[in-house]
Structures are given as C-alpha cells and as structure tokens.
Design a protein around this ligand. Structure first.
Ligand SMILES: Cc1cc2nc3c(=O)[nH]c(=O)nc-3n(C[C@H](O)[C@H](O)[C@H](O)COP(=O)(O)OP(=O)(O)OC[C@H]3O[C@@H](n4cnc5c(N)ncnc54)[C@H](O)[C@@H]3O)c2cc1C
Length: 227
C-alpha cells in the first residue's frame, strides 16, 4: 500500500480559531498552547465536530481495487478521483499478501479475528493468486490486441489489481475514517477492518499526527471517536 500526502492545510490552531469565533467574534486574541489543548479536549470530549472541518489533507493512494472499494464507502467530507480503466490501460500490478499476513479467520461476523496460516496455506494462497493474475492479465491483453475496448476488456481483471486515487478529506472526516478503519484496543467502539485498508489508514494517521498533534492526541485519549 502506498500512501503519499500530496498537500495539507490543517493545524490545531485553525480548529481553535474556528471554535472561538462563537465567543470572541472578530477580535484577534492569542492563546497559549495549553489553552488550545484545553479547548480541543472540550471539543472532542463533547463532540463539537464542526471546528474540525476547517482543514484538508490530500493523499495519493495506490492500493488493490478491493481496498479502494472499501475506502470509497466513506462519503461525508471525502472527495475522490481515481485512475480510469476506460481511458487508460491498467497496469499489471497485483496484490499478493506478505508472508506474515494472517490467513485463517475465526470468530463471528462483525468481530472476526485472524491467525497465521500454515506454510502450506501461505504457499497455496500466493500460488493461486499468481496463477489467476497471470491468466487474467493474459486474457486482458488478448482482448486489447483484438481491438476490444479497455472498458470491456477490464472485466476480467480481479479486485487484487492495484488502482491509484486521490482523496481529499477534512480532519473531522479523517478521524471518522480512522475510527472505522483501524483496529485499536483503546477504541471505545471497536472496529474490525480488513488488514489491507488498515495498512492505508495507519499511514494516513501518521500524517494526521504530524500536522495536528493536539487533535490527534485528544482523539486517541477520547477512545478514537470522531467529534
Ligand atoms: C469493519 C467494517 C465492515 C464493513 N462491512 C460492510 C459490509 O459487509 N457491507 C457493506 O455494504 N458495508 C460494509 N462496511 C461499510 C460501512 O457500512 C460504511 O459504509 C463505511 O464504514 C462508511 O461509514 P459511514 O457511512 O459512517 O461514513 P460516511 O459515508 O463518511 O458518513 C459519515 C457519517 O455521515 C452520516 N451520513 C452519511 N451519509 C448519510 C446518509 N445517507 N444518511 C444519514 N446519515 C449519513 C452518518 O452519521 C455517517 O456515520 C463496513 C465497514 C467497516 C468499518
């Protein structure tokens, strides 16, 4: 999973300025970092979310189509543009899980857990994927060679094919996304996301933490609930 922060316009001070307009109007006043921390703590704790909408993070993400599909379920405060399978030939880049990716699922729907596969299971999984991807790519190319449109030929490509998209979100929508797409023992409401989308979310969270350290710390302290 490749996550690049392309641009950002977000910081803790903007959250505080947006929140304080309700009490100071257009007066200019400066506040200490500790005052800002206290205010952000109040906003997150009491779920006053709108001050966290004044900012943006734009990411370029390369991930398998099944991850992109999960990602794009997030609608509020998220803007997307994705590579087209109609206007360009897709790239032969396919997902094969790393050796340490847990392969065996147990538990119940909504709260599945996973454990490592055996050596044989890992071998079967990677070989099955390699064979399926190779055959799919061969048939895709065969159709393109016959002059068949890309939008038709792409039907044979699997969801493990990599795609690239841009997503722009505000800090509030980013926290909502992180609350659902990371698995954390500290979360008030536990989520059980697929490992691959969490690999994307973890990288996004690092950027969020860098540019909005107080907001991030407070989000974590309050059980990773988006305000
Ligand atoms: C672990 C996990 C498993 C999942 N499994 C499935 C699955 O099996 N099948 C499946 O279809 N999806 C599944 N999803 C996707 C899930 O149902 C959500 O679509 C996704 O997590 C986005 O969440 P959201 O709607 O809260 O986010 P957003 O779309 O970003 O919305 C943010 C918030 O805005 C509000 N909102 C947005 N749109 C509306 C609306 N139309 N009406 C009212 N309020 C709105 C809600 O408060 C919402 O929480 C899964 C998600 C997770 C994390």
């Amino acid at each position: 999973m490749d996550v690049e922060l392309v641009q950002q316009l977000a910081n803790d001070e903007m959250v505080c300025m947006a929140a304080r307009v309700s009490t100071i109007g257009n007066k200019a006043q400066s506040y200490t970092r500790e005052k800002n921390r206290g205010l952000i703590n109040f906003l997150v704790r009491d779920r006053h979310g709108s001050p966290f909408e004044h900012g943006s993070f734009t990411f370029r993400i390369c991930a398998p189509i099944f991850v992109v599909r999960e990602f794009m379920r997030h609608r509020a405060g998220m803007s997307y543009n994705e590579e087209s399978g109609r206007y360009k030939e897709l790239e032969p880049v396919f997902y094969i899980p790393a050796g340490d990716r847990p392969l065996v699922q147990f538990g119940k729907a909504g709260a599945y857990d996973f454990k490592p596969g055996t050596f044989r299971q890992a071998l079967v999984a990677s070989e099955a994927m390699r064979m399926a991807y190779t055959e799919a790519w061969t048939q895709y190319q065969a159709m393109l060679d016959q002059g068949i449109a890309r939008e038709v030929a792409r039907s044979v490509l699997p969801v493990g094919t990599f795609s690239t998209f841009y997503v722009t979100c505000n800090p509030r929508s980013l926290m909502h996304f992180l609350s659902l797409r990371t698995k954390s023992d500290h979360a008030r409401y536990k989520s059980f996301p697929q490992v691959e989308i969490q690999m994307v979310a973890d990288q996004m969270e690092e950027h969020f933490k860098t540019y909005m350290p107080i907001t991030h710390e407070t989000f974590v302290q309050h059980g990773r609930v988006a305000p």
